[in-house]
Design a protein around this ligand. Structure first.
Ligand code: 8YV
Length: 310
């Protein structure tokens, strides 16, 4: 069985795929073109991740493609419509990374409000010897607004409740079973919270959902936390709001054009910048890898997929 890898994944996953299948490395787009030219007739599976997935052209170019298995919960790099149209199955890695991403979200909130990274730099630079560190901002009891109350959003809410926070949310539809306050627009959510957490999938509707109006509604004391996708945020607008003091701070695990981060942010102490590590622990990345392998195995044995999306 031939499998095409189109994005960087955990080395363990790549090794296991190589043991079990005839694995073609198509991570580099120019190399991918050559692989597709020579092996399109035999490739039955594509392995993707948050950094790359098959677009319509690649799906079209693989006539024997049966399944796309993504080493990620977010599948915005995969053309799902084309997969549906072609009858190609799609799997992702939900649930196994929920706790990890929610834990890091709380870490980012605390890092921004309590200036943990800045404090660390203060100690290392020897500046502590010259005087006391300035005061920061309390997290406990604040209002946390969650954009997208799915698995990860709900796990963040549960953790924030442990800090006695008030929780409110926006999502496409109000959740009738939720005890949290619903706002029917992102601007209203941003106007009514201290910390706004972006935790929704990236779709055409949520692209740049954090725009100038939302950022201004969050305001000079508000903090934006993005653990979703960089493209949820209009990045130049975020940068100018931070530079102009129209936004209080930001904790960002994702960026519009990773691994490129706007350099204007490097000098700002009210911003914490992470290299897309929400799920990046040994435990969780291994569980994600095993889920990719188990989905592929189930598919090729004709068994039900573990986490089917399409
Ligand atoms: C990536 C993620 O999978 O799950 C997602 O959607 O963004 C991450 O967990 C990870 O960065 C591997 O590419």
């Amino acid at each position: 069985i031939s499998v095409l890898l189109v994005a960087k994944v955990l080395p363990y996953l790549e090794q296991e795929l190589d043991k079990r299948y005839k694995l073609f490395d198509g991570i580099d787009p120019s190399q991918r073109a050559a692989v597709v030219r020579d092996h399109a007739a035999s490739i039955r599976a594509v392995v993707a991740s948050s950094s790359g997935g098959p677009d319509a052209a690649l799906i079209e170019a693989l006539p024997k493609l049966e399944i796309v298995s993504s080493f990620s919960v977010g599948v915005d790099k995969i053309d799902l419509e084309k997969c549906k149209e072609r009858g190609v199955r799609v799997t992702n890695t939900p649930d196994v990374l929920t706790d990890e991403v929610a834990d890091l979200t709380i870490g980012l909130i605390l890092a921004v409000l309590r200036r943990i990274c800045e404090c660390d730099r203060y100690v290392r630079s020897g500046n502590w010897k010259k005087g006391d560190y300035k005061l920061t901002t309390k997290f406990s009891g604040k209002t946390v607004g969650i954009l997208g109350l799915g698995r990860i959003g709900a796990a963040v809410a549960k953790r924030a409740e442990g800090f006695d926070c008030k929780i409110c949310y926006y999502s496409r539809n109000e959740k009738p079973d939720s005890k949290y306050k619903y706002y029917p627009s992102v601007v209203e959510l941003a106007s009514n919270c201290d910390v706004l957490v972006v935790a929704c999938p990236l779709t055409p509707e949520t692209h740049h959902i954090i725009n100038r109006e939302v950022i201004n509604a969050l305001g000079p004391k508000g903090v934006l936390i993005n653990i979703g996708r960089g493209k949820h945020v209009d990045e130049p607008e975020l940068v100018s709001a931070l530079l102009e003091g129209r936004l209080g701070g930001a904790g960002l695990d994702v960026f519009e054009n990773e691994p490129h981060v706007p350099e204007e942010l490097f000098g700002l102490e009210n911003v914490v910048l992470l290299p897309h590590v929400g799920s990046a622990t040994v435990e969780t990345r291994t569980a994600m890898a095993n889920l990719v392998l188990d989905n592929l195995e189930a598919h090729f044995l004709g068994k039900p997929l573990l986490t089917p999306l399409v």
